[in-house]
Design a binder for this molecule. Structure first.
Ligand code: PNS
Length: 162
Protein backbone atom coordinates (compact mmCIF):
# COMPACT_ATOMS: atom_id res chain seq x y z
CA UNK A 1 0.00 0.00 0.00
CA UNK A 2 1.35 3.39 -0.89
CA UNK A 3 -0.87 6.29 0.06
CA UNK A 4 -3.85 6.16 2.41
CA UNK A 5 -6.42 8.73 3.46
CA UNK A 6 -7.69 8.54 7.06
CA UNK A 7 -10.79 10.77 7.08
CA UNK A 8 -12.89 11.86 10.01
CA UNK A 9 -14.23 14.65 12.16
CA UNK A 10 -11.52 14.34 14.84
CA UNK A 11 -13.40 16.68 17.20
CA UNK A 12 -11.10 16.09 19.03
CA UNK A 13 -8.51 13.48 18.00
CA UNK A 14 -8.34 10.83 20.75
CA UNK A 15 -5.93 8.01 21.62
CA UNK A 16 -7.95 5.48 19.60
CA UNK A 17 -7.57 7.62 16.47
CA UNK A 18 -3.87 7.94 17.20
CA UNK A 19 -3.55 4.18 17.55
CA UNK A 20 -5.19 3.70 14.12
CA UNK A 21 -2.91 6.36 12.59
CA UNK A 22 0.14 4.53 13.96
CA UNK A 23 -1.06 1.22 12.51
CA UNK A 24 -1.76 2.85 9.13
CA UNK A 25 1.67 4.50 9.13
CA UNK A 26 3.31 1.08 9.62
CA UNK A 27 1.35 -0.34 6.66
CA UNK A 28 1.51 2.56 4.21
CA UNK A 29 4.19 4.78 2.72
CA UNK A 30 2.12 7.86 3.50
CA UNK A 31 -1.04 8.58 5.46
CA UNK A 32 -3.06 11.77 5.01
CA UNK A 33 -5.27 12.48 8.01
CA UNK A 34 -8.15 14.40 6.42
CA UNK A 35 -10.67 16.46 8.37
CA UNK A 36 -14.02 16.69 6.61
CA UNK A 37 -14.78 20.42 6.68
CA UNK A 38 -18.43 20.06 5.66
CA UNK A 39 -19.15 17.35 8.25
CA UNK A 40 -18.03 19.74 10.97
CA UNK A 41 -20.75 22.35 11.19
CA UNK A 42 -21.50 21.58 14.83
CA UNK A 43 -17.91 20.84 15.77
CA UNK A 44 -16.60 22.13 19.09
CA UNK A 45 -13.11 22.79 17.74
CA UNK A 46 -12.32 24.76 14.59
CA UNK A 47 -10.67 22.94 11.68
CA UNK A 48 -7.45 24.89 12.34
CA UNK A 49 -7.43 23.78 15.99
CA UNK A 50 -8.03 20.16 15.01
CA UNK A 51 -5.25 20.27 12.39
CA UNK A 52 -2.89 21.74 14.97
CA UNK A 53 -3.76 19.02 17.54
CA UNK A 54 -3.29 16.19 15.02
CA UNK A 55 -0.01 17.63 13.67
CA UNK A 56 1.30 17.90 17.21
CA UNK A 57 0.24 14.35 18.14
CA UNK A 58 1.73 12.82 14.97
CA UNK A 59 4.95 14.84 14.84
CA UNK A 60 6.93 11.63 15.51
CA UNK A 61 5.43 9.94 12.41
CA UNK A 62 7.12 11.26 9.24
CA UNK A 63 4.70 9.34 6.99
CA UNK A 64 1.72 11.29 8.33
CA UNK A 65 0.39 14.61 7.05
CA UNK A 66 -2.77 16.47 8.04
CA UNK A 67 -5.20 18.49 5.96
CA UNK A 68 -8.87 19.29 5.51
CA UNK A 69 -11.11 18.50 2.57
CA UNK A 70 -14.47 19.67 1.32
CA UNK A 71 -17.06 17.80 -0.70
CA UNK A 72 -17.07 14.08 -1.27
CA UNK A 73 -14.39 11.93 0.31
CA UNK A 74 -14.04 9.80 -2.83
CA UNK A 75 -13.25 12.90 -4.91
CA UNK A 76 -10.57 13.88 -2.41
CA UNK A 77 -9.11 10.36 -2.53
CA UNK A 78 -8.86 10.53 -6.33
CA UNK A 79 -7.51 14.09 -6.32
CA UNK A 80 -4.81 12.97 -3.87
CA UNK A 81 -4.01 9.92 -6.04
CA UNK A 82 -4.41 7.82 -2.90
CA UNK A 83 -4.74 4.05 -2.92
CA UNK A 84 -7.30 3.59 -0.15
CA UNK A 85 -9.36 4.97 2.70
CA UNK A 86 -8.54 3.86 6.25
CA UNK A 87 -11.30 3.68 8.86
CA UNK A 88 -11.13 2.43 12.42
CA UNK A 89 -13.59 -0.22 13.60
CA UNK A 90 -14.15 -0.41 17.34
CA UNK A 91 -17.17 -2.61 17.77
CA UNK A 92 -20.05 -4.27 15.97
CA UNK A 93 -22.03 -1.08 16.56
CA UNK A 94 -19.66 0.77 14.19
CA UNK A 95 -20.10 -1.81 11.50
CA UNK A 96 -23.44 -0.80 9.99
CA UNK A 97 -22.47 2.86 9.46
CA UNK A 98 -18.99 1.97 8.22
CA UNK A 99 -20.31 -0.73 5.88
CA UNK A 100 -22.83 1.72 4.42
CA UNK A 101 -20.17 4.41 3.88
CA UNK A 102 -17.65 2.00 2.36
CA UNK A 103 -20.19 0.59 -0.07
CA UNK A 104 -21.53 4.02 -1.02
CA UNK A 105 -17.99 5.26 -1.63
CA UNK A 106 -17.33 2.20 -3.80
CA UNK A 107 -20.59 2.80 -5.66
CA UNK A 108 -19.56 6.43 -6.31
CA UNK A 109 -16.01 5.57 -7.42
CA UNK A 110 -15.46 1.87 -8.00
CA UNK A 111 -11.67 2.08 -7.62
CA UNK A 112 -11.78 3.45 -4.07
CA UNK A 113 -11.28 0.73 -1.46
CA UNK A 114 -11.77 1.06 2.29
CA UNK A 115 -9.48 -0.75 4.70
CA UNK A 116 -10.64 -1.22 8.29
CA UNK A 117 -8.17 -1.27 11.15
CA UNK A 118 -9.00 -2.18 14.73
CA UNK A 119 -7.48 -0.04 17.46
CA UNK A 120 -5.85 -1.68 20.44
CA UNK A 121 -8.57 -2.99 22.75
CA UNK A 122 -7.71 -0.48 25.47
CA UNK A 123 -9.14 2.23 23.19
CA UNK A 124 -12.27 0.43 22.01
CA UNK A 125 -14.57 2.43 24.30
CA UNK A 126 -13.27 5.85 23.20
CA UNK A 127 -15.33 8.28 21.18
CA UNK A 128 -14.91 12.03 20.67
CA UNK A 129 -18.57 12.60 21.59
CA UNK A 130 -18.27 10.84 24.95
CA UNK A 131 -14.98 12.57 25.71
CA UNK A 132 -16.64 15.96 25.13
CA UNK A 133 -19.52 14.94 27.41
CA UNK A 134 -17.10 14.01 30.18
CA UNK A 135 -15.11 17.23 29.72
CA UNK A 136 -18.33 19.27 29.79
CA UNK A 137 -19.00 18.02 33.33
CA UNK A 138 -15.64 19.40 34.43
CA UNK A 139 -13.86 16.04 34.53
CA UNK A 140 -10.32 15.53 33.30
CA UNK A 141 -10.03 13.80 29.91
CA UNK A 142 -6.23 13.68 29.70
CA UNK A 143 -6.28 9.87 29.88
CA UNK A 144 -8.03 9.86 26.50
CA UNK A 145 -6.68 12.83 24.53
CA UNK A 146 -3.42 14.79 24.38
CA UNK A 147 -2.66 17.70 26.69
CA UNK A 148 -2.98 20.09 23.74
CA UNK A 149 -6.39 18.66 22.81
CA UNK A 150 -7.58 18.76 26.44
CA UNK A 151 -6.60 22.43 26.78
CA UNK A 152 -8.39 23.31 23.52
CA UNK A 153 -11.55 21.39 24.50
CA UNK A 154 -11.64 22.90 28.00
CA UNK A 155 -11.16 26.40 26.60
CA UNK A 156 -13.98 25.97 24.08
CA UNK A 157 -16.34 24.48 26.66
CA UNK A 158 -15.62 27.36 29.05
CA UNK A 159 -16.38 29.88 26.28
CA UNK A 160 -19.64 28.08 25.51
CA UNK A 161 -20.74 28.33 29.15
CA UNK A 162 -20.35 32.13 29.17
O1 PNS B 1 -15.26 10.81 12.19
P1 PNS B 1 -16.55 10.63 11.44
O2 PNS B 1 -17.49 11.79 11.76
O3 PNS B 1 -17.18 9.29 11.67
O4 PNS B 1 -16.17 10.72 9.88
C1 PNS B 1 -17.18 10.67 8.89
C2 PNS B 1 -16.61 11.14 7.53
C3 PNS B 1 -16.01 12.52 7.66
C4 PNS B 1 -15.54 10.17 7.08
C5 PNS B 1 -17.79 11.14 6.51
O5 PNS B 1 -18.83 11.93 7.01
C6 PNS B 1 -17.35 11.67 5.14
O6 PNS B 1 -16.69 10.98 4.39
N1 PNS B 1 -17.71 12.94 4.83
C7 PNS B 1 -17.37 13.58 3.59
C8 PNS B 1 -18.59 13.70 2.66
C9 PNS B 1 -18.86 12.37 1.97
O7 PNS B 1 -18.07 11.89 1.20
N2 PNS B 1 -20.05 11.82 2.27
C10 PNS B 1 -20.47 10.54 1.72
C11 PNS B 1 -19.94 9.37 2.55
S1 PNS B 1 -20.57 7.86 2.00
Amino acid sequence: MQKAIYPGSFDPLHNGHLDVIGRAARLCDSVVVAIAANASKNALLSTAERIDIIKNATAHLPEVSVTEFEGLLVDFVIEQKADCIIRGLRAISDFEYEFQMALMNRQLRSTVETIFLMPSQEYIYLSSRIIKEIAATGNDVRDFISEKAAVAVEKKLALKKK
